[in-house]
Ligand binder design. Structure first.
Ligand code: CA
Length: 226
């Protein structure tokens, strides 16, 4: 699957140029025109990379970066700053950005930075496992374990569990789950999520282990230790 990039840029011309070029290069691209929209998109589903303009109409790029880092979201951030604004570069990196480019930038050069950053973080991600309580997921191999026991999951069950593992202790609404795992708007009446949660629980609790996926009545589900 192609990597997803979020462009945070209020200048529509620049956003359009970047969006076109990155889409042409095969990335899946979303544009956020301000900081609040960006944070919402990123919290909902952290992308492979964020192209973040420093000066935004609401909260600036530094604050966006700080908020993400404070929330332990380690998505790679390439910050776009005004030409020669050295203090901006320094504070961008201090705030937790991974790299920066100055405007106006050369698009080929920007792409090289994007690829380098994705390579760097992709290599780190290769060995990353997701852990919660005695659950462990290995995204590279798509294998799941509860303690020493390996769990045999279907593709959809795996996707669902990975979504929970990436958002521990956070209530995921039925709409969010449906949108992410099934990829289209949720009509409201389908019980497919309930069915899959039941499958997952039966596999995760096969040896009588404690429940980790709780129902939040009327809202959705949460991965947590009770
Ligand atoms: Ca701007």
């Amino acid at each position: 699957m192609s990597e997803r990039i979020i462009i945070v840029e209020d200048e529509a011309d620049i956003a359009r140029v970047l969006e076109r070029r990155l889409t042409y290069e095969g990335y899946r691209v979303e544009v956020a025109p301000d900081g609040e929209t960006a944070l919402k998109l990123i919290y909902d589903d952290p992308p492979a990379l964020v192209l973040l303009d420093l000066t935004l109409p609401d909260i600036d790029g530094l604050i966006v970066t700080e908020e993400l880092r404070a929330a332990k979201i380690d998505v790679p951030i390439l910050m776009l700053t005004a030409r020669d604004a050295i203090p901006d570069k320094v504070s961008g990196l201090d705030a937790g950005a991974d790299d920066y480019m100055t405007k106006p930038f050369n698009t080929d050069e920007l792409l090289a930075h994007v690829r380098a950053l994705l390579r760097r973080t992709g290599a780190e991600k290769g060995s990353e496992t997701l852990d919660f309580a005695d659950l462990r997921l290995d995204p590279a191999s798509r294998l799941a374990y509860r303690g020493e026991r390996s769990i045999n999951l279907t593709a959809k069950e795996y996707d669902l569990l990975e979504m929970f593992m990436r958002h521990p202790n956070q209530v995921l609404t039925r709409d969010q789950i449906f949108d992410r795992i099934w990829g289209y708007d949720f009509g409201g009446e389908s019980n497919i999520i309930e069915v899959y949660i039941r499958y997952l629980r039966s596999k995760l609790e096969k040896e009588g282990e404690a429940r980790l996926i709780d129902t939040v009545r009327g809202v959705g589900y949460v991965l947590r230790e009770s």
